[in-house]
Design a protein around this ligand. Structure first.
Ligand code: NDP
Length: 320
């Protein structure tokens, strides 16, 4: 047991990660919200981290023999990759295995938003169908919409493919156009928002994307406009969104992610024209199990072969 590699696990992580890690590694678990209070000797034993969420740069600095950070989730904005790169530490994430789940949830959220299906179900459950009659007709419909995707990567392309049978028109904005699709490309988000009436955001949290869906973009989306965000909450200027939803600048929004989770702006909770989910796009047991397996398999692969299965893009740039 003594010569087993020690893996640090800060805060909460999917229990399957812990269960599988225990087979091959020693685990140094730090409770959620606690500081990294370990001896120099213990710190020196830690060669890997399995993390779901935030990993402070100071923790990376505290571990002199750290070789790899295995991130649970495709988005790894909680990890200071710059600090890892500077130390030659490998960083991995868990892409692809969640594409279908996230894309399915996105389509469901879009339909829930335009057809107000959660509100209609609440109407039935509250007995209002019998006491008040039919649920009011929804002002919006998916039919005839022009959907613009901000982001057409692994998940974005799955969303686009799912939307094709709904007979909506599809366009997109990314920094570089894809050669393998015929959807209309826009070099700027504003130009995309001007052309479409439905904007789906599925981009990572980066300095460039932060606040990119702002008052100007929402105005361009227009009074029939629908915003769906399944990427990161920070992409949207939430204050501008609340104003746009209140004054009819756009018609409705469906959000799975928020800037300061789990806090959701109080004003959003009170609005009738929003559909809100608590960051559940990938949250089924089968999909989270597959993500957990990838977190563990990256660590096993690294410590047995020196290679990983799914390095983050910055690692590929490093070795290019
Ligand atoms: P990919 O890296 O495969 O795709 C990212 C896409 O975003 C690419 O099309 C990329 O194109 C585009 N992009 C990146 N930066 C910009 C920018 N500044 N402006 C416009 N487009 C940009 O990632 P995934 O599809 O696998 O995941 C996307 C994100 O979704 C994750 O990073 C994560 O944050 C979020 N996510 C949320 C989930 C949830 O539970 N709600 C679940 C899973 C993921 P290009 O490089 O050409 O610009």
């Amino acid at each position: 047991m003594k010569d087993r590699v020690a893996i640090l696990v800060p805060g909460y992580i999917n229990p399957r990660v812990i269960a599988r890690l225990s087979d091959s590694f020693d685990i140094v678990a730090v409770p959620h919200g606690a500081t990294l209070d370990i001896s120099d000797e213990e710190a020196a034993l830690v060669r890997g981290i399995a993390v779901s969420g935030a990993l402070p740069a100071s923790w990376i600095a505290r571990l002199p023999n750290l070789e790899i950070i295995s991130n649970f989730g495709v988005g790894y904005d909680g990890v200071d990759v710059g600090a890892a790169v500077a130390r030659g530490i490998m960083v991995t994430n868990s892409p692809d295995v969640l594409n279908d789940e996230v894309a399915d949830t996105t389509v469901a959220l879009l339909i829930n938003t335009v057809r107000q299906l959660p509100q209609a179900e609440a109407w039935l459950r509250q007995g209002r169908w019998t006491s008040e009659g039919h649920f009011p007709l929804t002002p919006l419909s998916l039919k005839g919409r022009h959907v613009g995707l901000q982001g057409l990567g692994r998940i974005g392309i799955e969303i686009a493919r799912r939307l094709e049978p709904f007979k909506v028109k599809i366009s997109y904005h990314t920094r570089r156009p894809r050669a393998d699709v015929s959807y209309g490309y826009h070099a700027s988000l504003l130009s995309l928002a001007e052309e479409v009436d439905t904007l789906i955001s599925i981009v990572p949290k980066t300095p460039e994307t932060t606040g990119s869906i702002n008052a100007e973009v929402l105005k361009a989306l227009g009074p029939r406009g629908v915003l769906i965000n399944v990427g990161r909450g920070t992409t949207v200027d939430e204050a501008a969104l609340v104003s746009a939803l209140k004054d009819g600048t756009i018609a409705a929004a469906g959000l799975d992610v928020f800037a300061n989770e789990p806090q959701v702006p109080q004003e959003l909770l009170g609005l009738p024209n929003v559909s809100l989910l608590p960051h559940v796009a990938s949250a089924s047991i089968p999909t989270r199990d597959a993500m957990a397996d990838l977190v563990v398999d990256n660590l096993i692969s690294w410590f047995s072969t020196g290679k990983v299965l799914t390095p983050v893009s910055e690692m590929l740039q490093e070795s290019a």
